[in-house]
Design a protein around this ligand. Structure first.
Ligand SMILES: Cc1cc2nc3c(=O)[nH]c(=O)nc-3n(C[C@H](O)[C@H](O)[C@H](O)COP(=O)(O)O)c2cc1C
Length: 190
């Protein structure tokens, strides 16, 4: 695990690590909390803090898995998909659910609150990566099923899971994927 010293160097090569390449050990509680403290420094119009993080720690993994299994069966999710969801949780040292909690009837448009939550997810991801951990942001059925969010994380009717962030050690040497071309994505206003 190598911590980033050079910010520009970090951003020029940062990439997520596939969950299949994450392994033990993971960050301990102090390391995780230090990363959260930095990651919570996120743009947030109106200072509404429309998000929260639920840590699925080692001793509660089985409880979360039993909830997801029961819900997955009820929804007739492909058993292979359920098994993959379980494996992802079990083999990864640390899994976080980032919950978006938009404040209704605020003068800040809901879309801006959702964007702030996306920024939080990215900040969490990058902070773990910059500290030398492997991490990946995934959604899938576990995030998209609102009832599972309610059962597992006590989500209110307005809340939803913006993503699960998986964190662990890694020795990833896989090549980077193709990145967007500047000329396709950047234009100058004329
Ligand atoms: C909101 C969101 C949800 C995602 N959900 C999934 C997913 O469910 N399954 C998947 O294979 N990739 C998913 N991805 C993509 C992974 O995060 C992927 O590893 C990522 O594109 C790697 O980009 P990076 O290397 O620039 O960090 C998602 C990405 C985002 C932004």
């Amino acid at each position: 695990m190598q911590k980033t010293k050079n910010i520009s160097g970090f951003f020029s090569s940062r990439k997520s690590i596939s969950v299949k390449n994450l392994k033990y050990p993971g960050p301990n509680k102090n390391q995780t909390m230090a990363i959260f403290k930095n990651a919570l420094r996120v743009p947030d119009h109106g200072k509404l803090e429309p998000w929260r993080i639920v840590v699925i720690s080692e001793d509660c993994k089985k409880k979360y898995i039993s909830i997801l299994e029961e819900r997955g069966k009820k929804l007739h999710i492909d058993p292979l998909k359920i098994e993959k969801s379980k494996t992802n949780i079990l083999k990864t040292p640390l899994t976080l659910a980032v919950i978006c909690s938009p404040i209704k009837n605020s003068k800040i448009p809901e879309v801006e609150q959702v964007l702030s939550c996306g920024a939080l997810c990215m900040n969490i991801l990058n902070n773990f990566l910059a500290n030398g951990w492997g991490a990946n942001w995934l959604t899938g059925w576990m995030a998209n099923d609102k009832e599972l969010g309610r059962l597992a994380f006590n989500n209110s009717k307005d809340e939803f899971v913006s993503g699960f962030i998986y964190v662990g050690s890694h020795e990833d040497k896989s090549p980077d994927r193709q990145r967007p071309k500047l000329e396709d994505k950047i234009s100058y206003f004329k």
